[in-house]
Design a protein around this ligand. Structure first.
Ligand SMILES: Cc1cc2nc3c(=O)[nH]c(=O)nc-3n(C[C@H](O)[C@H](O)[C@H](O)COP(=O)(O)OP(=O)(O)OC[C@H]3O[C@@H](n4cnc5c(N)ncnc54)[C@H](O)[C@@H]3O)c2cc1C
Length: 501
């Protein structure tokens, strides 16, 4: 039997956006408002995080390989209380002022965002990592950038008491990584906000949410609601299910007619993980996996190069090799230097979230020619970096010979040797962990879905507070911007609480 329930506010999703809104609404909960966070994923206790790659696949939607429509890019998205902040690395960048201005959202200014960033950074214990946290991969990266004359910077990270176990993307076993589950959700819960794991929202309507609660799997913490169907009446609904799930929920609610921009301008920072092979084993599995990046190519070629560390199974996917080449290179896994190139992809109306006939979310995205060119250039840059660091072999999927030595490449002809012409959709490994857009903020319903405060145009009951609000890509790792935008949404909700009815 379907249960019914009346609440003041429902927040769908508990990640960077949902967690931040929940904390912002804490004073209302303390004053007696009935507020719940509904999360499809499970409540994972620290003991769950064994740091074994295959065992941790349940932290991700589709085991970390959620494919876009044509299968050419796979998306990693967290699924659990804490959302993607459970599995993120904690790289903390503010939205660059120039990107904020380019977004052109009325009232969304660097001046508005600065104090929010400052407060969030304090709450999330953001630090610039000390040299004691720099492992071999990161040290080699920084030294090679210096040799090449490239600007190299430390990455700000959100950590408290990090033991440098190194497997941050498989969930933090010591709880040192700061995110929604470590910071915002416990504060909200303390104030009376109810956290409901294993609760998938199936549909939203006007002031209504239909959800299904399932049994908690072994090893996870049970939630407060019994399994079964639930119909909730709520004065305010905040969609924070992330992109592409939030645009999917709004499409399923039939809002496309009134809001032609719904689902559109989807971006995802297409990424390539690139490998160089050192002549000897290096330590990348311990220490913090990401402490350096170079912004050298951000303005000119629209990508960031950051250090990275990935596990054996996912590395085999990133390498894009087969058969003997793959087997031989993987025997050198302990010698791998690893970097990730993140492209700032252009926002196109044609790249959109749609629903299949069965109502499943489809990411209909075609990588832009500029993005392919940018990623080809990133491979040229990574090759130079690996050679400067002393690597004997490189693996570059767009190279004439995907596994090659410095002699094969010959410095002068690198741009010819690694070419966008060799990009083959599906065969060239591309991934993403930064889905954005689909419910872009803006001035009016002609070309945006919400107002600058996340309120869906033409609706009083419905808000969006997650990465789907981004009008274009953030160009930097996005979580802090998601939280700052969700903070604005929470502020608006609190300010308007008297009119909820
Ligand atoms: C492996 C990985 C590493 C990353 N590293 C970084 C980093 O270092 N720095 C950085 O800035 N960003 C990083 N990111 C990206 C960052 O985590 C996201 O940009 C951010 O968390 C997005 O916030 P969100 O609120 O939009 O969505 P999420 O944080 O993804 O939260 C959405 C939540 O909604 C839930 N949900 C979805 N549908 C439903 C439904 N129907 N009913 C109920 N619940 C639902 C999901 O299960 C999920 O828990 C990383 C992401 C990944 C996957």
């Amino acid at each position: 039997m379907t249960r019914t329930m009346e609440l003041d506010a429902v927040i769908i999703g508990s990640g960077a956006g949902g967690g931040t809104v929940a904390e912002r609404l804490a004073p209302l909960a303390e004053a007696g408002a009935r507020i719940a966070v509904l999360e499809e994923g499970h409540h994972f206790p620290l003991a769950y995080f064994t740091q074994r790659e295959v065992e941790m696949m349940g932290l991700f939607r589709y085991g970390g390989g959620w494919p876009i429509k044509d299968g050419s890019i796979t998306l990693a998205a967290g699924r659990g209380l804490g959302g993607s902040t459970l599995v993120y690395t904690g790289v903390t960048f503010r939205l660059p002022d120039a990107v904020c201005e380019k977004w052109g959202v009325p009232g969304l200014t660097p001046k508005d965002l600065a104090p929010r960033f400052e407060r969030l950074e304090k709450d999330l214990s953001v630090i610039v990592p000390g040299d004691d946290m720099v492992n071999d991969n990161n040290r080699l990266f920084a030294e090679a950038c210096e040799t090449l004359g490239w600007e190299v910077k430390k990455i700000p990270l959100n950590l408290s008491g990090c033991e440098q176990e190194g497997f941050c993307n498989l969930g933090c076993a010591t709880g040192a990584k700061q995110g929604a589950m470590a910071v915002q959700l416990p504060r909200a819960q303390k104030a009376g906000v109810v956290l409901v794991p294993n609760c998938r929202v199936e549909k939203i309507g006007r002031g209504k949410v239909s959800a299904k609660v399932s049994e908690p799997p072994p090893g996870t913490v049970p939630g407060p609601w019994e399994p079964g169907e639930v119909e909730i009446s709520a004065k305010r609904i905040v969609c924070a299910a992330g992109s592409p799930a939030t645009p999917g929920l709004l499409l399923a609610a039939g809002l496309e007619k009134e809001l032609p921009a719904l689902g559109r301008y989807f971006t995802l920072h297409p990424a390539m993980t690139l490998y160089g092979v050192m002549p000897h084993p290096i330590k990348n599995y311990q220490g913090f996996p990401k402490t350096y990046y170079t912004p050298r190519f951000s303005q000119t070629h629209h990508f960031y190069l950051e250090t990275a560390f990935y596990y054996p199974f996912v590395s085999t996917k990133h390498l894009g090799l087969w058969g003997e080449d793959l087997a031989r290179i993987m025997t050198r896994y302990a010698n791998f230097m690893t970097v990730i190139a993140l492209n700032h992809d252009p926002a196109s109306e044609k790249n959109r979230i749609r629903l299949s006939r069965k109502g499943e979310v489809i990411m209909d995205y075609t990588i832009a020619k500029e993005s392919v060119e940018s990623l080809a250039h990133a491979q040229v840059a990574a090759t130079r970096l690996f050679i400067a660091a002393g690597c004997r072999e490189m693996v570059m999927p767009m190279a004439k010979k995907p596994v090659f030595t410095p002699a094969d490449a010959g410095d002068k002809s690198l741009e010819e040797f690694i070419s966008p012409k060799r990009f083959l959709p599906i065969k060239t490994p591309l991934s993403s962990a930064h889905p954005q857009g689909g419910c872009r903020m803006g001035a009016g319903p002609e070309d945006s879905v919400t107002d600058p405060w996340g309120k869906v145009h033409g609706r009083e009951d419905l808000y969006v507070a997650d990465a789907s609000l981004f009008p274009q890509s953030s160009a930097v790792n996005p979580y802090l911007t998601v939280m700052a935008l969700a903070d604005r949404v929470g502020q608006k909700l609190v300010e308007s609480a008297d009119s909820w009815g």
